[in-house]
Design a protein around this ligand. Structure first.
Ligand code: ZN
Ligand code: CU
Length: 503
């Protein structure tokens, strides 16, 4: 008798193939078999799938959940979307390497909030997260900004030979312990102070494991194309797979230029270079507000499209546009920026910026092999960007069903087998005998995000069941009531192309 049998489901196996009706059995954490309807059983727990769609669990290729695994081990905002694995450590900010005597949360400006400094390396981090019985799986990147801060502080110069060696050592150690690659956030401090050559040196540490170089590029607006050139050069010269995070062309004057950027990627692919991308399905970005402004010359254009997500200095501003705050207080919108950022803890403000064109989002999603990453910042105290709760159902409900930008099997492929293969999730991303049983049962006619900018902490509709490593982690049998997070706590700490930690 197997642990679970999910009967009568339309299987979307993750490969992009059309769905077929089947029963799927699960045992000891893995998929035991894919059977003709009525052809298997009995099982300890039998679930009637009612003809709904069963796919592999979704892979969030771009997450900042390093600290959320400590603060919110239920990972409810991801699990309820059908996400069973996140890739954390993005944009150059990672939980590891860490020095317990340094405040790693301060260095990342709240993006990694929740981390408790009781580890120094990836093995230590994985052990600390597992002790909290996380709901979903985690794959890690090692971040440039974190490594550079640890070795050089916030020095605005190139590293010495000794510093570069020390940084290389940290990157190599994390990848040896199972990180899937090296991430940068070259728009942020201290990454922005590094020359391309430094990044090439560090990214080349991924080569021995055939791991990735992922990047929040140096520029996503006026200088997007140069930034893509830099990324491709780093991939070529370090001889590693390059992955562009949250591909966008930001700022109204740059709207519509996403096609030129994708053309550069296509040209590189045609030469045999390995390069991939991800996108989030929204027209607003979000991040640490202080990184976007020069306080000597505050950009009015940017200030006018900013909304405050979380703001420890002025909680009453959360969920409001800067222009409205400024009007109410009788100050200029640029003064509102200065007021917030120069207040105590003002540097911890997370903002939402409406800088992306809807047509560019669709162009991105229409591109072959474009993956999906939420880029959600898991600070639940304010009004986070709705992508934290809504990304995957939004792609499947809005862009697949309502807009027809891509087909359902193709969208699921990019959220499962393609992302699992790219980020080295061993035996995951397909519904296939012997693969880990990370599964999501959903209604393709009903799946949709419900999180909005005004009410962002809202779980999506249309997800019936989520299984993580063979255990039911989330169920919603009555669409009129909230889903149930079972607290199974079966999430694993994944290692690139290897068995999970500790293995
Ligand atoms: Zn980023
Ligand atoms: Cu990010």
């Amino acid at each position: 008798m197997t642990d679970i049998l999910i009967r009568n489901v339309a299987v979307l196996d993750g490969t992009g193939a059309e769905p077929f009706m089947a029963d799927v059995s699960v045992d000891a954490g893995r998929i035991a078999g894919v059977h003709a309807v009525g052809g298997a059983g009995p099982a300890k727990k039998e679930i009637d799938g009612e003809g709904l769609t069963l796919s592999p669990g979704f892979v969030d290729t771009h997450a900042h959940d390093d600290g959320a695994f400590f603060r919110h081990p239920d990972m409810a905002f991801k699990l309820a979307q059908g996400v069973t694995t996140v890739v954390s450590g993005n944009c150059g900010f990672s939980a590891i390497p860490a020095d317990p005597d340094q405040d790693s949360v301060a260095a990342s400006g709240g993006i990694l909030a929740g981390l408790v400094g009781e580890f120094t390396d990836l093995d230590g981090y994985f052990g600390a997260v597992l002790a909290r019985q996380p709901a979903i799986n985690n794959m890690m990147l090692v971040g440039h900004n974190t490594v550079r801060t640890l070795v050089m502080g916030w020095e605005q110069r190139s590293p010495t030979h000794a510093e570069l060696d020390a940084m290389r050592g940290h990157v190599a150690r994390a990848i040896e312990q199972g990180a899937c690659g090296f991430s940068t956030g070259l728009i942020y401090r201290p990454g922005r102070w590094s020359e391309t050559e430094e990044v090439i040196e560090l990214a080349s540490e991924a080569k021995a494991f055939d791991a990735l170089y992922t990047t929040h590029m140096r520029n996503e607006g006026d200088h997007l194309l140069e930034a893509v050139d830099e990324t491709l050069r780093i991939g070529r010269e370090a001889d590693v797979h390059a992955h562009i995070s949250h591909h966008k062309s930001s700022g109204r004057p740059n709207w519509g230029r996403i096609g030129e950027s994708l053309a550069k990627v296509d040209a590189a692919l045609a030469t045999g270079q390995r390069v991939t991308l991800d996108v989030y399905p929204y027209t607003a970005g979000s991040g640490r507000m202080i990184e976007y402004f020069n306080l000597d010359r505050v950009s009015r254009d940017l200030a006018e499209v900013i909304r405050i997500a979380s703001c420890p200095a002025f909680r009453e501003y959360e969920g409001r546009m800067l222009v409205d705050i400024a009007a109410e207080e009788g100050i200029d919108v640029t003064e509102a920026v200065t007021k917030i950022l120069t207040a105590e803890k003002g540097d911890r403000t997370i903002c939402i910026q409406f800088i992306i064109d809807e047509a560019d989002v669709e162009t991105n999603l229409a591109h072959t092999d474009m993956m999906v990453g939420s880029d959600g910042i898991p600070d639940l105290r304010g009004k986070p960007h709705p992508r934290l709760f809504g990304t995957f159902p939004r792609v499947l409900g809005h862009y697949v069903r309502e807009r027809g930008i891509l087909s359902l099997p193709e969208a699921v492929r990019r959220m499962t087998s393609l992302s699992a293969a790219t980020f080295g999730l061993k035996d995951r991303g397909q519904i296939r005998e012997g693969y880990w049983a990370d599964l999501v049962l959903f209604d393709p006619a009903a799946i949709i995000d419900t999180a909005t900018y005004d009410a962002p902490q809202s779980e999506p509709d249309g997800i019936r069941l989520v299984v993580v490593n063979g255990a039911v982690a989330y169920e919603r049998n009555d669409p009129g009531r909230p889903g149930i997070h079972t607290g199974a706590g079966t999430g694993a700490m994944l290692r690139y192309r290897r068995d999970p930690f500790p293995g």
